[in-house]
Design a protein around this ligand. Structure first.
Ligand code: GAP
Length: 485
């Protein structure tokens, strides 16, 4: 069930504790663009590293790639993004001003009472989802939504708006602005397709094999809200798996299962996930599904698995006039080599920011610890230890009596192995709560007894249980809890 309060709590928490900030906040932010703070960047990197390791290190036949964000403009012609990657917009005939349909409607409802505003937004979202452009125009006209410049309701039909960001390349002046136009990539996948033969030949890869890549993608999203769920600048983790034509269904099923296993390995229960099989397939796909997670706003896509046929490679072969074929010298059932063909592709594509949001939604807990005498609550982020930004906090009980020096010795031992943190200020209770709020799985307190017998108190984040252990065991206790694969 959707839980708007939890979402707002998470957004507030992320800002207060250095996970995610609105971009350029001192200038009132930039729509659907966010910056990751000191803990957010660690969490995001840990998720990215885990995905990378699961894909490349754990699969001998998958290698990595880091393609540039800028690509030759024809790439996006060939991929279909120039012609098809679009959302609806509308022009006012009197002012000639162009509006994105959602922006126009959202601006209009700002001055309405909440109930009416919600009804109009819900109608708009349903029409957008159904690509019902005539319905969107009718919604605008029925509500007498006017252009802010001309003040009239004299609108064109609703038309498509391309979601790619364009910029100019190089310093050569031209009368035709399209001459220097390049796009910020809207997906990382095309960098993999155009490098398919480079990697296959130099890596001596044999089909079936995969190429994995993580990196930024940019989309001028029409409905950009939901915190880091839908952003205009975001990061994808994609893998294209190249297979022999005719085997794609079997590989599609393989990757569906493998990716769901990966999700479950994050410590999230299977009740929080579901597959959404696409009924209406994109023109290039012969099977597709989403893995949906139960976000505070309800079940939504976190990852897509697509059997993309040979569409992309074929298109690049046609537009570049370069062969995108693979020679398969394995023998078919008649004992003949399969020979030359354009491979089919099964893609797994997961949003990194969306995964961060999933992990945050899963980990966030507001606990009421009040007793009869005292009101008390704590916010704890129950990250799996291997994803936590900080693994260990080393807390000397006081600033004196040599305790900070002992803490520093433990830090020195642990620092090369995992991210740890030390602080001396405030009561131990307050320091524990701060570590709970950033999801640190272990806190160690150094006290006067440590000086006597070299033992420390280790506190476990989830249970808040404390136990006395030799200080020399700490590094291994933490390391043991970081194991995943
Ligand atoms: N190459 C295929 C592709 O890009 P997609 O379904 O458009 O497919 C894949 O995107 C994943 O990228 C999504 O499942 C989602 O996790 C993430 N994603 C897409 N658009 C996003 C956005 N605007 N903000 C954050 N993540 C996004």
């Amino acid at each position: 069930m959707a839980n708007e309060n939890k979402l707002q709590d998470i957004i507030g928490h992320c800002k207060e504790y250095g996970f995610v900030f609105p971009s350029s906040e001192i200038y009132d932010g930039l729509g659907a663009v966010y910056d990751y703070g000191q803990y957010g960047v660690e969490l995001k990197r840990n998720i990215r590293d885990y995905w990378w390791r699961s894909m490349t290190q754990m699969h001998d036949n998958i290698v990595g790639l880091d393609a540039a964000i800028f690509m030759h403009p024809t790439v996006w012609k060939a991929s279909g993004h120039v012609d098809n990657f679009s959302d609806p917009m509308i022009d006012n005939k009197d002012s000639k001003k162009r509006y994105r349909v959602d922006h126009l409607i959202e601006g209009f409802v700002e001055n309405l009472d909440q109930e009416k505003a919600e009804a109009i937004i819900a109608a708009m979202e349903a029409l957008l989802a159904a690509d019902d452009f005539a319905g969107l125009k009718k919604l605008i006209e029925e509500n007498n939504i006017k252009c802010a410049v001309s003040g009239t309701c004299n609108w064109t039909d609703v038309r498509q708006f391309n979601l790619m960001f364009a910029t100019e390349f190089g310093a050569v002046a031209s009368d035709n602005p399209d001459d220097n136009k390049v796009y910020l990539r809207p997906e990382t996948a095309q960098g993999i397709f155009v490098n398919f033969l480079n990697v296959q030949k130099t890596g001596r890869m044999k089909i079936p094999f995969g190429i994995a890549q993580t990196g930024k993608a940019f989309r001028n999203e029409i409905v950009a809200r939901g915190f880091i769920f839908r952003m205009r600048e975001f990061e994808q983790m994609e893998m294209q798996f190249f297979v022999r034509p005719g085997t794609q269904k079997q590989w599609y099923e393989y990757w569906k299962e493998a990716r769901m296993k990966w999700h479950l390995s994050l410590g999230i229960s299977d009740a929080k996930y579901k597959f959404h099989d696409h009924v209406k397939l994109a023109h290039y796909a012969d099977a597709a599904c989403d893995i949906e997670y139960d976000f505070p706003m309800g079940f939504k896509e976190v990852e897509g698995i697509h059997s993309r046929t040979d569409f992309d490679l074929k298109q690049h072969q046609e537009y570049s006039k370069k062969k995108m074929q693979y020679f398969d010298n394995d023998l078919d059932e008649n004992g003949k080599p399969y020979g030359n063909y354009i491979p089919y592709v099964v893609e797994t594509s997961i949003g990194l920011d969306r995964t961060v949001m999933m992990i945050l939604s899963e980990a966030y807990e507001l606990q009421d610890l009040s007793t009869e005498d005292k009101k008390d609550d704590r916010v704890v982020l129950k990250f799996p230890p291997f994803l936590a930004p900080i693994k260990l906090a080393v807390l000397p009980l006081t600033k004196k009596d040599g305790l900070p020096e002992i803490a520093e010795a433990l830090m020195k031992e642990c620092r090369p192995h995992f991210r740890c943190f030390t602080e001396e200020k405030d009561t131990i209770g307050k320091r524990y709560r701060r570590q709970d709020a950033i999801g640190t799985p272990f806190c160690v307190t150094i006290d006067h007894q440590t000086k006597e017998d070299q033992t420390v108190t280790i506190r476990h984040r989830n249970s808040m249980l404390q136990e006395r252990v030799p200080m020399s065991d700490i590094k291994n206790i933490v390391l043991k809890n970081l194991e995943v694969l």
